[in-house]
Design a protein around this ligand. Structure first.
Ligand SMILES: Nc1ncnc2c1ncn2[C@@H]1O[C@H](COP(=O)(O)OP(=O)(O)OP(=O)(O)O)[C@@H](O)[C@H]1O
Ligand SMILES: [Mg+2]
Length: 309
């Protein structure tokens, strides 16, 4: 199972369009694909794929991440009903859910690298998992990065994208050492959302992006077909297979597929996972212990840094 995060803390750069497009193109290649909508905004689930969020009382991604629900991930996924899928393939979606925004607020105060998502998906049976990240370097994105073999980064050719990319690389290096996992592979930058012909400014920014030591993959041309496909809840590769956008997503899927063989060992969640609910329960029981050792006990509860074998 190869896990790819589509990540950029900048908003509106094409993460969701790329996640959906690349995941659908992989499914068309006959791969079993799970697309995870990790963005509390839920654009992949609702706007691009026309799927409902689970109701508040149902099992959900937010509940699984906090261990409020502990069932198998298969019970959370839905098969997309309107996507072309190659022989032997599948296109399943783990939708975003109520409680995701709240989850960020509660977990963000603990600067703990998150293994929660890795734990939720560790027994899933897919060839590829593609994670659509929120536009932030927050606890959800950290969870996605910790669980991923590699990243796809949609970028626009401008100065702010270059700075965003530097910040993201720093964050990824920090996470690698904080959780002691193998380096994240940079599958590539995916330029998009720019007009042609390129202005001199955009061309200079694109050159700078090309010099950052990360492969530059097929660019996804601007086209209203992306929104038209979304309004019907169908991936572009199914809705308009002959377009340049669909071709770009197929090319990117090919790159992801060929990266599989060379992949490093997937990161495994540590045995003792940090769970916010467990932590709070333990803290409150430690607080009620009326002895002078309670402060030490509280200290003992702090999440331990994971050290690889
Ligand atoms: N190639 C494209 N051509 C035209 N419109 C596009 C293209 N790709 C994405 N869009 C549109 O641009 C907007 C932003 O794209 P998208 O939602 O994929 O970005 P995002 O990075 O996921 O945004 P956010 O940071 O809010 O999650 C959306 O309205 C989307 O439909
Ligand atoms: Mg998005």
């Amino acid at each position: 199972m190869q896990i790819t995060s589509v990540v950029n803390q900048k908003g509106g750069v094409g993460k969701t369009a790329l996640s959906v497009g690349a995941a659908a193109a992989l499914a068309e290649r006959g791969r079993r694909v799970l697309l995870i909508d990790l963005d509390p905004q839920g654009h992949a689930t609702t706007e691009m794929l026309g799927l409902p969020e689970p109701p508040p009382e149902a099992p959900s991604l937010a509940k699984a991440l906090t261990k409020a629900w502990r069932g198998p991930v298969e019970e959370l996924v839905v098969s997309h009903p309107r996507c072309n899928v190659g022989r032997g393939g599948a296109f399943d979606v783990l939708p975003t859910s109520p409680g995701m925004f709240d989850l960020v607020r509660r977990l963000d105060q603990f600067r703990v690298p998150g293994w929660q998502l890795a734990r939720v998906i560790q027994f899933a049976g897919y060839d590829h998992v593609v994670i659509d990240c929120p536009p932030a370097l927050d606890v959800l994105t950290n969870n996605a990065l910790v669980a991923s073999h590699g990243v796809l980064i949609p970028v626009q050719p401008d100065r702010t994208s270059i700075r965003a990319l530097r910040l993201m690389r720093e964050q990824i290096s920090y996470l690698e050492s904080a959780v002691g996992r193998p380096p994240v592979t940079y599958y590539g930058l995916v330029p998009g959302l720019y007009r042609r012909p390129l202005s001199a400014y955009a061309a200079a920014a694109l050159r700078e992006l090309q010099n950052m030591g990360i492969p530059v993959l097929a660019h996804v041309p601007l086209g209203v077909v992306v929104n038209e496909a979304g309004s019907r809840g169908v991936p572009v590769t199914t809705f308009a297979p002959e377009t340049a956008q669909a071709a770009a997503f197929h090319e990117i899927a090919r790159v992801l597929d060929t990266a599989t063989a060379a992949e490093a060992t997937p990161p495994n969640p540590p045995e003792q996972d940090f769970v916010f609910e467990d932590f709070i329960a333990d803290v409150s029981s430690a607080r009620s212990a009326n002895d002078s050792g309670s402060r030490r006990r509280l200290y003992d509860l702090l999440p331990k840094r994971h050290r690889p074998n």
